[in-house]
Design a protein around this ligand. Structure first.
Ligand code: NI
Length: 189
């Protein structure tokens, strides 16, 4: 397994629509395993393939909270087949939008259909953090980030800060300064 570099916004690859996978084969399982290891190392609770620059409809998740413990989940071609009418607001973050958080409103519960790591079709009812996380990751497959759900004013402010942080990092690297250790933050999808 390998830890893959995670793209951060603004990056045009994060805005692209990913393509469905034809089959879950050994090559795709290798990608899934690499994504899971990358997610654990970050650390995060969800990761979508476009976040590591692969435009395939694949997500991985592992949620371990008091209310829900999923263990590792691998989903190819995930799609929401049912969503509740009632919404819930949850403070989201994202490994591709490091150190920024914002409340996002989404359907409270969803039903997701996907191919598992063996290529077998599964359906899962999701609520709570799992529901939020599944919707957040599927958004990535359509080129949508959580900041696309918030006001343009707040989104542009976050994107400007991310660009500034990246430029400072590049300048420090050019001057041979050691990379600053990122702040320890809550695991983000
Ligand atoms: Ni994300």
């Amino acid at each position: 397994m390998a830890i893959l570099p995670i793209l951060t916004a603004p990056d045009p690859r994060l805005k692209k629509k990913s393509l469905p996978v034809a089959a879950v084969d050994d090559e795709l399982r290798r990608l899934m395993d690499d994504m899971l290891e990358t997610m654990y190392a970050a650390p995060g609770i969800g990761l979508a393939a476009p976040q590591v620059g692969v435009l395939k409809r694949v997500i991985v998740l592992d949620i371990d909270r008091e209310e829900v413990k999923t263990g590792p989940l691998f989903m190819a071609n995930p799609e929401i087949v049912e969503a509740s009418d009632d919404d819930v607001s949850y403070e989201e973050g994202c490994l591709s939008v490091p150190e920024h958080y914002s409340d996002v409103v989404r359907p409270a519960t969803v039903r997701v259909r996907y191919l598992d790591r063996d290529g077998v079709q599964q359906e899962m009812a999701c609520e709570g953090l799992l529901s939020t996380c599944v919707q957040h990751e599927i958004d990535h497959l359509d080129g949508i980030l959580f900041i696309d759900h918030i006001s343009a004013l707040k989104r542009n402010m976050i994107l400007r800060k991310l660009l500034k942080a990246r430029k400072e990092k590049e300048r420090d690297a050019a001057e041979g300064k050691p990379a600053a250790k990122p702040n320890e933050t809550a695991p983000a999808p």
